[in-house]
Design a protein around this ligand. Structure first.
Ligand SMILES: Nc1nc2c(ncn2[C@@H]2O[C@H](COP(=O)(O)OP(=O)(O)OP(=O)(O)O)[C@@H](O)[C@H]2O)c(=O)[nH]1
Ligand SMILES: Nc1nc2c(ncn2[C@@H]2O[C@H](COP(=O)(O)OP(=O)(O)OP(=O)(O)O)[C@@H](O)[C@H]2O)c(=O)[nH]1
Ligand SMILES: [Mg+2]
Ligand SMILES: [Mg+2]
Lengths: 291, 281
């Protein structure tokens, strides 16, 4: 219903014959509310809408483009500035390519590892999955139950308490088996758990992955920026997967994660099943943010 | 002199930002602003009064008002006098919010308070769900009743209640699968579990890190089954606690506990004043 008010504001602007400062302010205010309700970082929203308002008042729409179309185009441009114009896929170049998933508790890492492994398998790659989560009860079983039906092997050891050792052994095991892609799942952690953040830093520096993938829960609110920053300070982040976008959440928190890590969003999770993974589409994501 | 609408709006500007950054949903902030305006505009004050302080105190009072539930639930006071055992609690919530871990923590807490507990493994869908709850239960020292994957969650819960009746066990905690509020089938499945088990309490477990989406989650869940109480998990992740305000405003159910870590003792009773201080940084 926020999309409704934004549409109404834009309609008012379309009917106006001159650039009315008050009208532009109305539209910008509605954009702010839409973005905040979509969980985009509040300060980021204020910065963005300042830019949008300035451009809307100063720029002349090109010939044949209405004021309304011009403003919508400005909004999309400012938002896709962060997100990139089109999605980049995860590259499988080296043999083997080693991927590591990291993220906050419950964000969807294990499920996303399963989805990714199935996705690559369908593209003809041989996959090895490593469970390096030594904290969560049943983590190894969860991963096994998800991917073994597809003939994908999982390396794990519920008895092993050292996550770094486990990750290293898993990667070496699959390197010997000459797989194309090795995906390492790790335990959930957040920025206040300094010991776990250090563990992640060590896992990453030990197995030296080609890409560290930060899994972001689509429902995350204003904490997204600070959390993503803490992950990035411990290990460089190569890409982001935003999960649970099949719910009511718009995923605005992911925008903050992009800004904090400098990493692009490559895929989104749209359900609990193994095929519920889609390539990231910046345009669709932005129109969802705007309601 | 009197307080004008302008005075209130000026004072509210940074307070509003503060609340939004603390994860209080936008519609709740709107509602609070309306309440404050109604209460303060036109109010007579002495010349030289710090109007900003008046507004700030009014906001604090309004927030405390939303956080303080109409009915306060004291779990032990509810369970102990109940004649006909067991006391049944069904846990529901969105994917990954912390239900299973919270159940383990609550089982631990109940045991420490002298009550016997049995857990129903009614998440028969998610990979590893049964192994996860079994391991937690083993560590806490309580029994789990399970049927296996793809079995009927309501049947597992029913079985567990029968087991508890036969052995005089005080409390049954029913773990259910995470579900998406937009999934019609899963919402119906949850309704069925509640219909079959006729629980004493239905508890919604929410993620303290969630933003505005938690309002829609809480509303849809409450629409499907009446939510009697809420537990907010992962507050230790430096969540400012605004989610507590959003949920309280959306469905009015009392928040019973907050999860502050992954250990079995990391479950503390909800304290409105403590959350108030967290929200105001
Ligand atoms: N609706 C929905 N649920 C999802 C999605 N991705 C994951 N989930 C669910 O979210 C819950 C948590 O997923 P996990 O994969 O266990 O999350 P995790 O990050 O590995 O959790 P930890 O290892 O405990 O940190 C599970 O119920 C998943 O089925 C998604 O895209 N949509
Ligand atoms: N730091 C922290 N982590 C928590 C807390 N509560 C739960 N977790 C973690 O969050 C993750 C998800 O918890 P679960 O108990 O599996 O959540 P769930 O709601 O049962 O998930 P699904 O059944 O998949 O929907 C696990 O890694 C838990 O250890 C908490 O209060 N603090
Ligand atoms: Mg996991
Ligand atoms: Mg669970």
């Amino acid at each position: 219903k926020l999309g409704q008010s934004l549409n109404n504001a834009l309609k008012k602007l379309a009917r106006a014959s001159t650039v009315d400062k008050a009208l532009v302010r109305d539209v910008v205010r509605d954009i702010q509310r839409a973005l905040i309700t979509s969980d985009v970082n509040v300060r980021l929203v204020l910065d963005l809408t300042k830019k949008i308002e300035k451009r809307a008042l100063e720029e002349k729409p090109p010939a044949g483009v209405s004021k309304k179309e011009h403003i919508v185009k400005i909004v999309y441009e400012e938002l896709t500035n962060f997100l990139g114009k089109e999605a980049k896929p995860i590259q499988i170049k080296a043999k083997p390519t080693v991927l590591l998933t990291v993220g906050i508790q419950g964000s969807g890492k294990t499920t996303s590892v399963a989805k990714l492994s199935r996705y690559f398998q369908k593209h003809g790659y041989k996959i090895g999955v490593v469970c390096s989560d030594t904290w969560r009860p049943g983590a190894y079983q969860q991963l096994k139950q998800l991917v073994e039906p597809y003939g994908i092997e999982v390396f794990g050891n519920p008895e092993e308490k050292n996550a770094i050792k486990l990750a290293k052994e898993g990667v070496e095991y699959f390197k010997k088996k000459e797989v194309d892609v090795i995906i390492v799942d790790s335990a959930g952690r957040h920025k206040e758990e300094k010991g776990l953040i250090e563990e992640m830093r060590q896992i990453s520096s030990t197995i030296n992955p080609h890409e560290v993938i930060l899994i972001i829960d689509g429902t995350i609110g204003q904490q997204a920026y600070n959390q993503a920053l803490a992950f990035k300070e411990a290990t460089p982040i190569g890409s982001i997967i935003v999960t649970k976008l099949d719910g009511s959440a718009k995923g605005g928190g992911a925008l903050s994660a992009v800004v904090a890590t400098g990493a692009p969003i490559k895929c989104i999770g749209v359900g609990e099943k193994i095929d519920d993974l889609e390539p990231f589409d910046p345009k669709r994501f932005v129109s969802r943010l705007l309601g | 002199t009197e307080i004008s609408e302008k005075d209130v709006e000026n004072a509210l500007w940074d307070l509003e930002l503060e609340l939004l950054e603390a994860d209080v949903a936008l519609e709740v902030v709107d509602e609070l602003k309306e309440r404050i305006k109604e209460k303060l505009v036109g109010q007579k004050v002495k010349i030289g009064t710090n109007k900003r302080n008046i507004v700030e105190n009014a906001v604090r009072d309004a927030v405390l008002e939303v956080l303080t539930p109409e009915k306060h639930i004291d779990l032990l006071e509810m369970i102990k006098p109940k004649e006909e055992k067991p006391f049944v609690i069904v846990f529901v919530g969105f994917n990954g919010g912390g239900k299973t871990t919270t159940i383990a923590k609550l089982a631990n807490w109940l045991k420490k308070n002298g009550l016997s507990v049995v857990i129903a493994a009614s998440d028969t869908f998610r990979a590893g769900a049964i192994e996860q709850v079994e391991e937690h239960a083993k560590r806490v020292g309580v029994k789990v009743i399970k049927h296996g994957y793809k079995s009927d969650p309501a049947a597992v819960a029913y079985d567990t209640i029968e087991h508890a009746k036969a052995r005089g066990i005080d409390v049954v905690l029913v773990d259910t699968a995470g579900r998406n509020e937009l999934n019609r089938n899963l919402m119906d499945e949850m309704k069925k579990i509640v219909r079959v088990t006729k629980p004493d309490l239905v508890i919604f477990v929410g993620d303290a890190l969630a933003g505005n989406a938690i309002i829609e989650q809480a509303r849809q869940f409450n629409e499907a089954v009446k939510i009697d109480g809420v537990i907010l998990a992962k507050l230790d992740a430096d969540a400012r606690g605004g989610a507590a305000l959003s949920i309280a405003h959306a469905i009015g159910a009392p928040i019973l506990f907050v999860g502050v870590g992954q250990g079995y003792d990391d479950l503390i009773p909800f304290d409105e004043k403590w959350i108030l201080e967290k929200i105001f940084g």
